[in-house]
Write a protein that binds this ligand. Sequence first.
Ligand SMILES: Cc1cc2nc3c(=O)[nH]c(=O)nc-3n(C[C@H](O)[C@H](O)[C@H](O)COP(=O)(O)OP(=O)(O)OC[C@H]3O[C@@H](n4cnc5c(N)ncnc54)[C@H](O)[C@@H]3O)c2cc1C
Length: 807
Amino acid sequence: MGGGIVGCSIAYHLTKLGWRDVALLERKKLTCGTTWHAAGLVGQLRATLNLTKLAVYTTDLYSGLEAETGQATGFKQNGSLGVAASAERFEELKRSASMARMAGLEVQVISPAEARELYPLLNIEDLVGAVFLPNDGQTNPIDTTMALAKGARTGGAKIFEDTKVTAIHTGTGPSGPRVTGVSTDKGDIKADYVVNCAGMWAREVGLLCGVRVPLHACEHYYILTDPMPDVPAKLPVLRDPDGCAYYKEDAGKILLGAFEGNARAWGMDGIPEDFSFDELPGDMDHFMPVLEGAMHRVPALESVGLRKFFCGPESFTPDVRYYLGEAPEVRNFFVAAGFNSIGIQSAGGAGKVISEWIVNGHPPMDVADVDIRRVIPFQNSKRYLQERAPESLGLLYAMHWPYRQAETGRGVRTSPLHERLAAKGACFGEAAGWERANWFAPEGVEPKYQYSYKRQNWFTHAAAEHKAVREAVGLFDMTSFAKFLVEGADAEAVLQRVCANDMAVPPGKVVYTQWLNERGGIEADLTVTRLAEDSYMVVTAGAAAPRDWSWLNRHIPEGASCRVTDITSGLAVLSVMGPNSRDLLSRVSDADLSNEAFPFGTAQEIELGYATLRAVRVTFVGELGWELYVPGEFACHVFDAIMAEGGDFGLKLAGLHVLDSCRIEKAFRHWGHDITDEDTPLEAGLGFAVRLDKNADFIGRDALLRQKEAGKLTKRLVQFALDDPEPLLYHNEPVYRDGEAVGYLTSGNYGHHLGRAIGLGYVNNEEGVTADWVKAGSYEIEVACERFSAQASLRPMYDPKAERVKV
Ligand SMILES: Cc1cc2nc3c(=O)[nH]c(=O)nc-3n(C[C@H](O)[C@H](O)[C@H](O)COP(=O)(O)OP(=O)(O)OC[C@H]3O[C@@H](n4cnc5c(N)ncnc54)[C@H](O)[C@@H]3O)c2cc1C
């Protein structure tokens, strides 16, 4: 559904995989939505390695499309130049350049003078540096779409224009609703798979069958100048993020587009029914600040006439990332939409991923960053989207600061402790709509981020929290955890099949486990507590909730007595962690918390103050501690009771930033970063949580057995610590072993206890990654194109024998 560049690319790719029975339905004419007016930039540098790889794929595809189909595309590889007007921006560009090289991209870090050689119209007086990607390019969006459509038709697909989808039909399958076809204004079509590529209409189209696709249109502006005599034909694309502007040479003219910080949502009451090749009226005053900045950056613009002032709509998503994949609500209903102004450069990769996903039953690579299963239901609310989408547009060229927090659509989901934490100086960040205390400002300090690539203003406050967790006791509010109750006579059997660890444990046992796919890749990483013979509680990260919920429910066999209930909203979670946690909790509870009575990996109902709650002895920071699952209405009481006694034990409130730095010190993996559906537990060093010999088969077991039999692992997750205590690691930094690139960091933070930046990342070696091989190498990590020596270890650098946990 949808004949823009994305729909045409998916049809093209499906036919390439040998599928002939493909119909593309377009309500008006091909490209009439957003595609026709795109500027046509085809950049390859994206925020993550896999998205960069997909953009590289798109470029390769477009470069050969004209020769393949005989349809001109206008694609040319004239390179792109990104300029930095501040040292921090230059650091951002250099960090991206380091990552891009890992994706095989050619990137040159150059001086302002070199930038001007490539772009003679450039004013470089205030520039600090630049990066040049010689293989980036630009294309004609309409012609490129037509080439994809032609390729699809040649492969057997049928394209129906002037055919609007008016309804989507579903039937009940073994694991919930399954798509069966669509109705159009010309008749009905039965279909085994349906893909929603309806661009800015995708939210409404999704709702035809109850699928949430949170996106909203915003105004996007560009101008086209009159012909300019001094414009060389092979001018690269220029991106000046500090000026919120991009520039494209267009037949002797310059097209100047904007991603301004004060963007505006459009289509508040929906998109007009007759919208087709339409423009929006736009507002020149709104565009003026960008134009003024552009005259500074490219002074030749001062004396040239404007041929066209353009404003067109494009859809934006709450996290500025597009949506790909099978919707959790309806089987075989796929989504490829919400392209945030990079739909042309993403369409090739999107076509590849969606078509392979449909044909093979799984995506060709980890695409968690853009997976539709990250959508939290509330995000589909119009009010939220109308507030957040304009911010997303501005973020395209804003500084991508580490830990940057959204400013709109905040305060959506709050823990019962929210006001108390705020009163104690919490600086909140957002995840899955939850407001979470990221760090605490001491008295007299404003709880507000001052962003930087260097140490940010909260660094020393986090260090104090970290010290309390390691040496005394810290209290984290982890209410944002998702909690599912799994109940029924077949609950054990279902979980045995889904979990790689053994679930046939006595009530009261807590099991850390992964959920694997058939390839042995990690779909989820969580804990399961057995509450009774026929009842378990699954606890996972808030952001992973929709995905894990869908995975579990889809693996309940038809007729099984097993029911899953989301009990997230009913339970607050207070996590009390640190060597003094037992003494502190013993002051406020009569429960016997001794190691003998309450060993690690178990759960018990205990009384604390007036409340009865479930205490679970686990840790994500590597210390003695308990997570307290408290009925929401008792949360404040329990919090107050603990805080009242905390002073005697060195208690400090601690935030999510410290949780992250503690867990990386202890080398605990985080799903979505260190472990994904591409990585197996053996590669991730999580073999201890897999029970190949348990009394039940589980998904992924055969793949792990094959990997074991192969006798070698070609990649393994390793922990790193920089020798120099100064540089900071975030993630995506390349790793070198004896001077050769062998991988990159999947997580990074500052280890306040170890006194240096630390990270986790896979190292690769076709001959096998053994402990000896890891030990024998000498390592460097590249930060913003500069290499720093590092120590590497397969065992956690902090408390390798877990002596602090099981005491
Ligand atoms: C001014 C501007 C400049 C841009 N510049 C660039 C750029 O330089 N590089 C880049 O990569 N991206 C750029 N973009 C973004 C790019 O244009 C979009 O991301 C891309 O075109 C999205 O393609 P699509 O196929 O998802 O959506 P669309 O092209 O909007 O296609 C969706 C189609 O679905 C159809 N449809 C909707 N509802 C139904 C229904 N019920 N039944 C049947 N059909 C339906 C619509 O008619 C429409 O044709 C720009 C966008 C704008 C606004």
